[in-house]
Design a protein around this ligand. Structure first.
Ligand SMILES: [Zn+2]
Length: 144
């Protein structure tokens, strides 16, 4: 059965970092029909194809928390929102939405992307940001 997230893991698209159990990745423009995406919108995804939080093993649950925390730190945002929605894809993915300093309160989550000055980007900007976030993770020296 085809799964967007399983395929993405195989190709390595948008992957920032990960370990045997989890992948930390940036959302890709192709997930939103090719349009620009909110820069810094990360997802933590189990490598195993499981639909929800309740399906995680204890080790996967610990890894999910670890990567959510590391991703949130690396975003250097004023605040990081997080949610599991899963209306379109039945492979668990925990969203991390950074709110950057200066975001007017009217555009706080879930309206971050509606702010006219919101940082949006295509593949080029996402690839550059993935590199920056990866470097921040390395600088933090947190290893795997
Ligand atoms: Zn999958």
């Amino acid at each position: 059965m085809a799964c967007y997230i399983c395929d993405k893991h195989q190709a390595g698209d948008g992957v920032v970092a990960g370990d045997d159990l989890m992948v930390l990745a940036h959302v890709l423009p192709d997930a939103s029909g090719g349009g620009p995406v909110y820069l810094g919108h990360l997802v933590v995804e189990p490598r195993r194809h499981v639909p929800g939080l309740a399906d995680l093993t204890p080790a996967e649950a610990a890894a999910l928390g670890k990567w959510a925390a590391r991703g949130a730190r690396a975003l250097r945002a004023e605040h990081v929102y997080s949610s599991v929605v899963g209306h379109r894809i039945d492979h668990l993915h925990l969203h991390l939405f950074p709110r950057y300093p200066g975001t007017p309160r009217d555009y706080w989550w879930p309206r971050l992307e509606e702010w006219p000055d919101a940082p949006l980007g295509g593949n080029v900007e996402v690839t550059q940001l993935v590199g920056e976030i990866r470097a921040r993770l390395d600088v933090a020296g947190a290893g795997r």
